[in-house]
Design a protein around this ligand. Structure first.
Ligand SMILES: Nc1ncnc2c1ncn2[C@@H]1O[C@H](COP(=O)(O)OP(=O)(O)OP(=O)(O)O)[C@@H](O)[C@H]1O
Length: 227
C-alpha cells in the first residue's frame, strides 16, 4: 500500500446544497463543515432526511455543492469540472452501496475484482498483496469465487477490500450493513476498522448501532445542519 500523505482524508467547509425541482427548492445541507480523518471510521448519523446521503455524495465527488468547499486527499474538488472530479474520484475515492451485489461485477472472481479495482485506480498492486488482502478479510479460500458464490457478508467484505486497494484517501459507505445479519455486519465492520489503520478514512452513514459501536468519531446532522 502507498503511504498516506498528512492531512485529513476529506473535509468540507460551509457547504450548502439545495435540490431544485420544477416547483420547489429543498435545502439539504446548510453551512455544513466536517473533517474526515485518515485511519479512522467516521459515522454520519441523523434522522431520515437530515442530509446524510447528500453529504456523502459531496464527499464522494458524485455531486457538487452550491457553495462552500470540498477537499479530498488534499485537493479541492468543488471547483473542478465533471471530468476533473471523475479523475480525482477514480484515484482517491471509493463508494460502497448498501446492497453488496451492487458493488461487484457478477462475472469476475474475487481476485479479479481486486485486480480491476487496482487497475482502475491506476496503481499497480502485486498479486501477493491482493491475496494478502483477501486473507486478512477471511476470504483467502474464496479467491476464485464469483459474487453469486459468496454470501452477502463475504460480498460486502470483498467490496471493502476493493474500496481500499491502491490506497485511496477516502472510502464512502452509505448504510453498508443495512442488508446484513448481525454476524455478517460485525465482520464487515471489523474489516473496515482493521483496514482504516492503513491510513484510509472511512465515512459511513448509518442508523445501525453496530456501526456506531465501532466508529472513531461522529458527524451528527439535523435538518441539514451539524447538530
Ligand atoms: N434528488 C433530490 N431532489 C429533491 N430533494 C432531494 C433529493 N435528494 C434528497 N432530497 C431531499 O434533501 C433532504 C436530505 O436528503 P438526504 O437523502 O440527504 O437525507 P438522509 O439523511 O440521507 O435521509 P435517509 O436517512 O432517509 O436516507 C431531504 O429533505 C430529501 O427529501
Amino acid at each position: 500500500m502507498t503511504s498516506a500523505p498528512p492531512g485529513p482524508a476529506a473535509s468540507c467547509e460551509r457547504v450548502v446544497k439545495t435540490y431544485r425541482t420544477a416547483t420547489e427548492s429543498v435545502p439539504a445541507l446548510t453551512e455544513v463543515s466536517v473533517q474526515i480523518p485518515r485511519g479512522r471510521v467516521t459515522c454520519v448519523v441523523g434522522p431520515s432526511g437530515s442530509g446524510k446521503s447528500s453529504l456523502l455524495r459531496l464527499l464522494a465527488c458524485i455531486d457538487s455543492p452550491d457553495s462552500g468547499t470540498v477537499t479530498v486527499g488534499g485537493q479541492r474538488v468543488d471547483d473542478l469540472g465533471a471530468r476533473g472530479r471523475r479523475r480525482l474520484r477514480r484515484r482517491q475515492v471509493s463508494y460502497l452501496f448498501q446492497r453488496p451485489g451492487e458493488n461487484l461485477l457478477p462475472y469476475l472472481t474475487a481476485t479479479e475484482q481486486l485486480r480491476l479495482a487496482a487497475d482502475l485506480r491506476g496503481v499497480p498492486v502485486p498479486a501477493d498483496e491482493l491475496l494478502d488482502l483477501l486473507d486478512r478479510l477471511g476470504l483467502a479460500d474464496r479467491a476464485g469465487h464469483r459474487p453469486a458464490q459468496l454470501s452477502g457478508g463475504e460480498q460486502q467484505r470483498l467490496a471493502v477490500a476493493c474500496g481500499v486497494v491502491g490506497g485511496p484517501a477516502l472510502v464512502v459507505a452509505d448504510e453498508p450493513t443495512a442488508e446484513l445479519d448481525t454476524a455478517a455486519a460485525v465482520r464487515v465492520l471489523e474489516a473496515m476498522e482493521s483496514l482504516a489503520a492503513g491510513g484510509v478514512g472511512f465515512v459511513v452513514s448509518s442508523h445501525d448501532p453496530r456501526v456506531m459501536a465501532i466508529a472513531d468519531g461522529f458527524v451528527r446532522l439535523d435538518q441539514g445542519r451539524t447538530a
